[in-house]
Design a protein around this ligand. Structure first.
Ligand code: SF4
Length: 235
């Protein structure tokens, strides 16, 4: 996770601290690159807090980190998990300029629950971000999103969210059980059974997602390297 450990938002499910962020560290991309090189990673997921305090939302810091990691690790697959950048085209373009092979932005929950679960984010803005990435890069990138289950969503609402993601041409889906990080965070409304996760995976596959990870322990980056379809190579 880059760009600090202080987020400008305060989502009800997330344990990251909300506080005034510190300035970006110019040498962070190089340090991340060195860490990935020493670990010998073949697939890396680069994420960040939401930096609404910055004009570009931290997009250029993403780009610099992607480029530094690629320069230090030939052949590495780079996946980004980004905030919504307030749906600004320039910020999305800036991240895409780094040529990540997978662009993940989580929808997190169904439309009805979004205002009570996510801070400052909107359901339609997140769908727009994903749609724009695909529209700008087409087959040159895979888009990915994730939903947490157990927050009180109904099955029809969940299926609608999956359909909305497919309408935004989202390729990859993760479905996982929400767990309450502290007593101050949103409560778990329901523990979804492994069988229902399996059923939802089948629904998602029928809707056309090319890869679906669905299960109680699944998170955005869960076994991300098990995605084996041919990945676009950066030029
Ligand atoms: S924007 Fe992301 S990092 Fe910030 S509180 Fe929400 S989920 Fe956590």
């Amino acid at each position: 996770m880059i760009a600090g450990d202080r987020c400008t938002r305060a989502c009800g499910f997330c344990a990251v601290s909300t506080a005034k962020p510190l300035a970006l560290e110019a040498d962070e991309p190089g340090r991340v690159a060195e860490a990935t090189r020493r670990m010998g990673l073949k697939h890396v997921v680069i994420t960040a807090v939401a930096r609404d305090d910055l004009a570009d939302g931290g997009a250029d810091h993403f780009r610099r980190t992607i480029e530094a990691v690629r320069a230090a690790n030939s052949g590495i697959v780079i996946e980004v998990l980004t905030p919504d950048f307030l749906d600004r085209d320039e910020a999305i373009e800036t991240v895409l300029a780094g040529q990540p092979q997978i662009f993940n932005h989580n929808l997190e929950t169904v439309r009805r629950l979004t205002p009570s679960v996510r801070s400052r984010a909107t359901y339609d803005r997140s769908l727009s971000v994903l749609g724009k990435v695909k529209a700008k890069r087409g087959q040159g990138i895979y888009t990915k999103s994730g939903l947490m289950l157990g927050l009180g969503e109904t099955e029809p609402e969940l299926v609608t969210a999956m359909e909305d993601l497919r309408r935004a041409n989202c390729d990859i889906l993760t479905l996982g059980q929400y767990l309450q990080p502290t007593l101050k965070h949103l409560p778990v409304v329901e523990f979804v059974s492994p069988d229902r996760f399996a059923d939802y995976k089948a629904v998602a596959q029928q809707l056309g997602f090319v890869h679906v990870a669905s299960g109680p322990m699944v998170r955005s980056s869960y076994h991300a390297d098990e995605f084996h379809l041919p990945l676009p190579m950066p030029v």
